[in-house]
Ligand binder design. Structure first.
Ligand SMILES: *[C@@H]1O[C@H](CO)[C@@H](O)[C@H](O)[C@H]1NC(C)=O
Ligand SMILES: *[C@@H]1O[C@H](CO)[C@@H](O)[C@H](O)[C@H]1NC(C)=O
Ligand SMILES: *[C@@H]1O[C@H](CO)[C@@H](O)[C@H](O)[C@H]1NC(C)=O
Ligand SMILES: *[C@@H]1O[C@H](CO)[C@@H](O)[C@H](O)[C@H]1NC(C)=O
Ligand SMILES: *[C@@H]1O[C@H](CO)[C@@H](O)[C@H](O)[C@H]1NC(C)=O
Ligand SMILES: *[C@@H]1O[C@H](CO)[C@@H](O)[C@H](O)[C@H]1NC(C)=O
Ligand SMILES: *[C@@H]1O[C@H](CO)[C@@H](O)[C@H](O)[C@H]1NC(C)=O
Ligand SMILES: *[C@@H]1O[C@H](CO)[C@@H](O)[C@H](O)[C@H]1NC(C)=O
Length: 475
């Protein structure tokens, strides 16, 4: 007698005692059982910035996983109860297999939300399940409507040490309700994000699948020391504003090993909007983005901005793959934004089917107030791209700075672009920009002259977040 793969997988979710007793029942002769036991026990292990001393199941608090019963109050009471363990080693809330319908709920410190395999958190489509919050101080206005905003499905404020992880369980935002109503312009509040954590330190989001967010998926804001790893993010490519991951006024962030299909930018670092962002003054800096695959036919793989009024600096992007994406690492800004985008380093991009490999836009528009400050000109400088291979491209570049405020210090080296219709079009459309290139095909525009031996910079030092090692934990 031997165990099938399915039985093994089932065992993987059982507890240690269960596995051991099953082995005793099955007797001593089967090699496959022994192999399975090793895998089974290993599967309750995961890696995290911190392990927890205590844990409880959502069902311990009365959770019902039928996909119909609301668990909003259950999540709230479970997390409130487990918050009492914060000073004594922290706690994990385990979401077991099932469909757990819920509205918005709040996280707590020294806490892990763990989604087991086949656990699905389903976002409620009942607006009463979503409290309203004030607009973000660095934005001043809501993005969908000027007033307030719906709290995100999973929200955290003023936290330390919070982890959302699991065995690739799913959070389903059931976004269609919100997309339809948004397109009809029926909201007076801005749509909720799927996960938003603000004014917090030490955040990990890993090994889960996120689908169909009402709007942006993952939004860490005014936070630091953030690891986002191993996410699968999926939304229809025509869904409105379903950005994948938007680090916003955050310091020391590492985003890696994610697969993103989206109706908007796969990753979009931000830092506030026009005068509100300038006044709030909190940049996004020390950010590494690596090993991401992005599909987004109408948006960018990485878009810096357009809300960048607190500044964006020291961003390192490497080993990204785009498949049918509008542009690669784009800069979006406008008169009125102020601040800067500087010291951006990009290397090793593998791009397939793309409208513009290089795209910078100085006239993005989109303002919280019509009377923005026309003298608030953003400084865009020190933008480095190297080691890029692109196939099936429509235009090599559209680089548009601002009249009387050129984007400077642009460096592009070792780039091979295979354009689909080279003869017919202006491949490099450059206005109000300055910089250098080397070993780039097709030949760049005259304002980016070839300078022999130029190898654009990518820093050799590591950011502090790159040195953070995850601990090995078990459920
Ligand atoms: C993600 O899952 C893999 C495979 O189960 C595991 O090895 C890894 O430790 C997990 N990582 C994180 C950051 O949760
Ligand atoms: C922490 O959680 C455990 C359950 O794991 C509970 O029995 C205990 O009372 C909690 N500790 C505190 C300090 O609340
Ligand atoms: C979450 O906390 C915020 C304050 O940070 C509060 O306004 C909101 O109502 C809370 N949400 C829920 C669902 O309790
Ligand atoms: C933030 O959390 C700390 C510790 O839990 C608490 O003392 C403080 O009052 C909180 N601040 C705000 C603004 O909520
Ligand atoms: C997680 O689930 C998604 C969606 O089913 C799947 O595409 C992805 O490959 C899974 N990831 C892992 C590491 O198993
Ligand atoms: C090339 O790009 C065009 C869009 O510009 C797309 O329709 C076509 O399928 C792509 N071809 C390949 C081989 O990917
Ligand atoms: C140029 O870029 C390609 C593709 O990333 C890479 O394989 C190659 O090593 C680079 N060449 C140099 C001289 O760095
Ligand atoms: C070149 O770019 C400018 C600014 O983005 C745009 O207005 C113009 O239409 C483009 N020219 C061509 C030929 O694409």
């Amino acid at each position: 007698m031997s165990l099938t793969m399915k039985q093994c997988l089932h065992l993987r979710n059982s507890n240690v005692l269960g596995v051991i007793s099953l082995i005793i029942i099955l007797g001593s002769l089967n090699v496959k059982v022994a192999e399975c036991r090793v895998i089974g026990l290993g599967n309750n292990e995961y890696s995290a910035i911190n392990c927890r001393k205590h844990s409880a199941l959502l069902t311990d608090f009365g959770g019902v996983g039928d996909g119909k019963t609301s668990n909003t109050k259950i999540f709230a009471s479970a997390i409130t109860k487990l918050s009492q363990n914060a000073s004594d080693g922290g706690a994990t809330l385990i979401v077991p297999p099932g469909k757990w319908l819920t509205g918005s709920f709040n996280l707590t410190s020294h806490f892990t939300l763990f989604l087991q395999k086949d656990a699905v958190i389903l976002a409620s489509q009942d607006e009463k399940e979503w409290p309203s919050l004030a607009v973000l101080p660095s934005y001043g206005k809501g993005r969908d409507a000027p007033g307030g905003r719906f709290s995100s499905l999973i929200f955290g404020n003023n936290l330390t040490d919070v982890v959302i992880t699991g065995q690739n369980g799913t959070i389903d935002g059931q976004g269609s309700y919100w997309w339809v109503k948004f397109k009809k312009k029926e909201f007076t509040l801005t749509r909720p994000y799927m996960i938003e954590i603000m004014f917090s330190d030490q955040i990990q989001i890993s090994n889960i699948t996120l689908i169909n967010s009402p709007s942006w998926f993952v939004h860490p804001i005014y936070s630091s020391n953030i690891i986002i790893k191993g996410l699968t993010i999926l939304a229809p490519v025509d869904s409105p504003n379903t950005d994948g991951i938007d680090p916003d006024s955050c310091t020391n962030t590492r985003i890696e090993d994610c697969y993103i299909v989206s109706g908007d930018d796969c990753i979009s670092p931000k830092s506030g909007w026009d005068g509100y962002g300038v006044k709030f003054g909190k940049p996004t800096k020390q950010l590494v983005i690596r090993r991401i695959t992005c599909i987004s036919p109408d948006s960018a793989m990485v878009a810096l901005g357009s809300e960048m009024s607190g500044g964006i600096e020291d961003v390192r992007v490497e080993d990204l793959t785009a498949i049918d994406t509008q542009s690669a690492v784009r800069i979006k800004t406008a008169v009125g934004r102020g601040a800067y985008v500087k010291n951006i380093y990009v290397r090793r991009l593998n791009l397939n089917t793309m409208k513009y490999v290089f795209w910078m836009t100085g006239s993005y528009g989109s303002h919280p107030d019509p009377d923005f400050d026309p003298k608030a000109l953003p400084v865009i400088t020190g933008i480095n791209y190297k080691d890029v291979v692109a196939k099936n491209v429509t235009y090599a570049a559209r680089l548009e700075g601002m009249p009387n405020n050129p984007f400077t210090g642009i460096c592009i080296s070792n780039v091979t672009i295979q354009v689909s219709e080279e003869q017919k079009k202006l491949q490099w459309n450059c206005t109000d920009i300055a910089g250098v290139t080397n070993n780039v095909t097709p030949s760049p525009c005259e304002v980016l002259p070839q300078k022999d031996k130029t190898d654009c910079v990518f820093p050799n030092d590591k950011l502090p977040i790159e040195d953070v090692q995850l601990k090995s934990c078990s459920l």
